[in-house]
Design a protein. Structure first.
Length: 351
């Protein structure tokens, strides 16, 4: 078991300078961070220290072989000033799944959970209470060991940083269904939250932005016939009254928001299908009027409605509906996260 975590507090807090009414996503950082080192074959005790730069040798393997994984979480504060996390053990488990795939030593559960709770207690004042805001939490692990040899590092850093943040996206997205590039491949690391997965998305996404879209709908690596993810999010499609999302695989991230949406939808009597869905099925549904909604789902944005999509030089607009699955499900999940409603699933964790 982990004993008391050493805390070194900042000498000059930045909290008073933060405009909580105008928070951009992930651009303002809290006073402290959790830091933990793996060396000599073991993880050493984590510490809470002032938020500060990291010094690395130019030969650190993160720069050369990309051993880096991360997670995305949020902390919420209710009207009574109580603090809550949402399914944090799922983030812990997925971080270790990602680490294992990249030959990074797995982190002990108490280091992650007790370290995170201690950090949030120290920086509790940084958790926003404005509607739609939260404290975004970024746990990450990377290779800090040195050497040019193509092999796993012998030293790693585990860090948790936090950032009070507003909404990730505002408004509805216009997306382009990708026909050439792939996000990931069978047998690869698509299921892991590896930094390189996201680096590889930037160029195709920029090509889509240059064409007037905000994001890319990724398709399978082999035939580009199946819809898989929406940018950095899982994707849901509503055809008539049925909500459809693809199954997880080597290529698709096992999203925590995704799993939660499926459970909430089933509880509310919404027909849900977890199956492969073809681009042709989506295009045909758009042409016939059966396609009612598309939305991305992930920790940062929760749910991002899609207003329309492009495919093979043709654009398709989705209908404007009053009562959408996206709005209903987003309200339900955020009410659970922020302690505004009951939590029959036991997902909410009070600090």
């Amino acid at each position: 078991m982990l004993n008391n975590i050493e805390i070194t507090k900042t000498k000059a807090s930045k909290l008073k300078d933060v405009d909580f009414d105008n928070l951009k996503f992930g651009s303002v950082f809290s006073d402290h961070m959790l830091e933990c080192d793996f060396k000599d074959g073991k993880w050493h005790a984590p510490k809470v220290v002032p938020y500060q730069p990291i010094t690395l040798d130019p030969s650190a393997k993160i720069f050369h072989y990309g051993q880096s994984v991360f997670e995305g979480m949020k902390a919420y504060k209710d009207s009574k000033d109580d603090v809550f996390l949402f399914r944090p053990l799922e983030n812990f488990k997925r971080l270790n799944i990602s680490s294992k795939r990249l030959a990074i030593p797995e982190i002990p559960e108490d280091y992650f959970m007790e370290g995170l709770k201690t950090l949030l207690e120290v920086d509790k004042g940084w958790i926003p209470t404005n509607e739609g805001s939260s404290l975004y939490i970024r746990p990450f692990v990377f290779a800090s060991g040195n050497g040019f040899h193509a092999s796993p590092a012998d030293a790693y850093k585990f860090i948790i940083c936090t950032a009070p943040s507003g909404a990730y996206f505002s408004g509805k997205l216009k997306v382009l269904i990708e026909e050439t590039y792939s996000r990931s491949a069978n047998g690869g690391v698509g299921f892991a939250k590896a930094g390189g997965n996201y680096a590889g998305q930037f160029y195709p996404t920029q090509l889509a932005i240059d064409k007037g879209y905000q994001q890319v709908i990724w398709t399978d690596d082999n035939t580009h016939e199946y819809i898989e993810e929406a940018g950095a999010m899982n994707i849901f499609v509503r055809i008539n009254d049925t909500l459809i999302t693809g199954p997880t695989s080597d290529r698709i991230l096992d999203g925590i928001t995704r799993k939660s949406i499926i459970d909430i939808a089933k509880q509310q009597g919404i027909p849900v299908e977890v199956r492969k869905i073809t681009v042709k099925e989506v295009v045909d549904a758009a042409k016939s009027g059966a396609l009612k909604e598309m939305f991305g789902a992930g920790t940062a944005a929760v749910i991002s409605p899609i207003a329309g999509f492009g495919y093979k030089n043709e654009d398709y607009d989705l209908p404007e509906l009053k009562d959408t699955y996206a709005s209903t499900l987003k309200t339900r999940i955020t009410d659970i996260q922020t302690n505004k409603s009951d939590d029959p699933f036991g997902w909410r964790v009070k600090l």
